[in-house]
Write a protein that binds this ligand. Structure first.
Ligand SMILES: [Zn+2]
Length: 254
């Protein structure tokens, strides 16, 4: 590791357990961030600052004035630009030593699997169930860890589905087909900006833990955050034998 990298990442390198080996794992890693809105904006800043070697940002949206309340990688002068371009520029200013790719195409659910070649971890920061379920299925099929986050109004949740492990549940275990909630959009219902920041930042933390091998990621647990009461609680999530994605009747087997 070069002197400038030793200095840049010194406050992580000082951590026990962390060290140069964990940092070098981050340098070699490629993370795909799906959605660079309220969650992906803070998450991408922390992953870039921490030295994740390659980031790919996927988002087809153009920056709108309503985004600036919480999407902190953006500036007022970015209104009208592609969100991935504005975000990538900010991340590159923050850390010029990492590689950043942008993909502003809208990706059909059935082709997500083709987009995950060479990716070590996926951060689900999107805002629609079709993409969430498609990412879950593609990551499960390819054995890629998925860090899932969601926020609406004053509520948020985070979980990690580490498909390298046999015992991990998946996003479809959390939302079986018969109990899927209605889609809730922050454009209609609102979102508490600091809670989006907290949730995206915690997602980045879970991603760093999975990539570096340090700590105990939120696998088999869902962290629920209540921005109004300030209460965080964790609930267990077991792998569902009847899950259409990872249950006993699928190729994931018992
Ligand atoms: Zn499942």
């Amino acid at each position: 590791m070069e002197d400038s990298a030793l200095l840049r990442y010194s406050r992580h390198l000082l951590l026990e357990p962390w060290g140069t080996e964990a940092q070098e794992r981050l340098t070699r890693a490629h993370v795909l961030i799906v959605g660079v809105g309220g969650l992906g904006s803070p998450a991408s800043l922390y992953l870039a600052a921490a030295g994740v070697g390659t980031l790919t940002l996927c988002d087809g949206d153009v920056v709108d004035l309503t985004n600036l309340q919480r999407q902190i990688a953006l500036s007022s002068s970015d209104v009208g630009r592609l969100k991935v371009n504005a975000t990538a520029e900010r991340l590159q200013q923050l850390n010029p030593t990492i590689h950043i790719h942008t993909d502003p195409r809208r990706i059909a659910p059935e082709v997500w699997g083709e987009r995950l070649g060479g990716v070590d971890l996926v951060l689900d920061c999107c805002d629609d169930f079709a993409t969430r379920f498609a990412l879950n299925q593609a990551c499960r099929a390819l054995g890629i860890p998925l860090v899932s986050g969601a926020v609406i109004r004053f509520s948020a949740q985070i979980s990690v589905f580490d498909f390298r492990r046999k015992d991990t549940p998946c996003y479809a275990c959390l939302y079986p087909p018969e109990s899927r909630p209605e889609e809730e959009r922050c454009a209609l219902l609102g979102v508490f900006a600091p809670l989006a920041g907290t949730t995206g930042t915690l997602q980045a933390g879970e991603a760093l833990k999975v990539l570096s091998g340090v700590g105990d990621p939120l696998v088999g647990r869902v962290l629920l955050l209540d921005g109004l009461s300030g209460e965080f609680r964790t609930v267990r999530l077991l792998r569902d034998p009847c899950c259409p994605v990872c249950g006993y009747g699928t190729s994931a087997g018992p």
